[in-house]
Design a protein around this ligand. Sequence first.
Ligand SMILES: [Ca+2]
Length: 346
Amino acid sequence: MTVLKFSFPLRLFLCVFLFLNSAVAVRADEADNAAGAQAAEAAFIQRLVEKDGFSADQVRGWLDTAQVRDSILQTMSQPPETRSWPDYRAGFMTEARIRAGVNFWQNNAGWLNLARCEYGVEPQYIVAILGVETFYGRQTGRYPILDALVTLGFHFPPRQQFFQDELEQFLLLAREEHMDPLAHKGSYAGAMGIPQFMPSSYRRWAVDLNRDGVRDIWGEPADAIGSVANYFRSFGWQSGGGFLLPVTVQPSDQLSALMQQPFTERRHTLAEWGALGVDIGATTLPPDTPAWLFSLDDGEQQSWYLGLNNYFVLTRYNRSVYYATTVFQLAQALQQAVVPTVVSCN
Ligand SMILES: [Ca+2]
């Protein structure tokens, strides 16, 4: 290896030169980013004028009012979830969350029963989703939705199209529901209200369960409950349907390759899983039942499961098996803690 040696004045010159050079490069990057954001905003405004009938001044006004939040960009740039399954689960399956869930269930039993009758979704899964998402509405987010969606739509290139689309959906929602786009807060990613719906989900699936003329998933638990139930039904929820089958697995190259695929891609019928070396044991389920294979490692051993239809629907809310399994287990804990009521749907 050749080692270059420089005199002190030359080293000083090189240091200053390199520092100035990098500062110029950073400023050039910032200028490029600013120019890119400006161009994207101009295209966005034009789209909303032509496609949705907004006025250009109105959209420009909202974009200029929004505050770009560095803390949101930092959060989005963090590496993905690295907690172990036991740590993740322990963060949600607390006594306080179960107790608050029982209270929420009891306080909203009538709405939960109505949602069960109208959408066929059992109460414990709705309550569990709301418990994991926002502690039953206590933690619905502190960022103005407009700030979050503008920050990610124009200053976070990896997902900018998704967030620009959600911003468009949010402005359409505000117009339809007579909401002030500046008035509502949510998560750093723009998820809103007690069930944390993104704007596109709000427009598509939110319902006015309490029939007061407003779909309000921030302030009305009834509407939050109905909206989650409607969302689940839309993704194929089966009343009384199954969730999980514990299985044992014969390791093979084929299964190892399958496990490299995303969870959603690991779909086979029970008969096909059997042929792939997954031992299901005794079951009354038909052999053509679809199921998705996954495993959880509790630190001591790896446990294998086949997720059934309703488990898969839970992953439509959040694609993580940690998330879906936690919702399922919280639902079981809630069901055990609540005295069931007799439901009449007439
Ligand atoms: Ca309502």
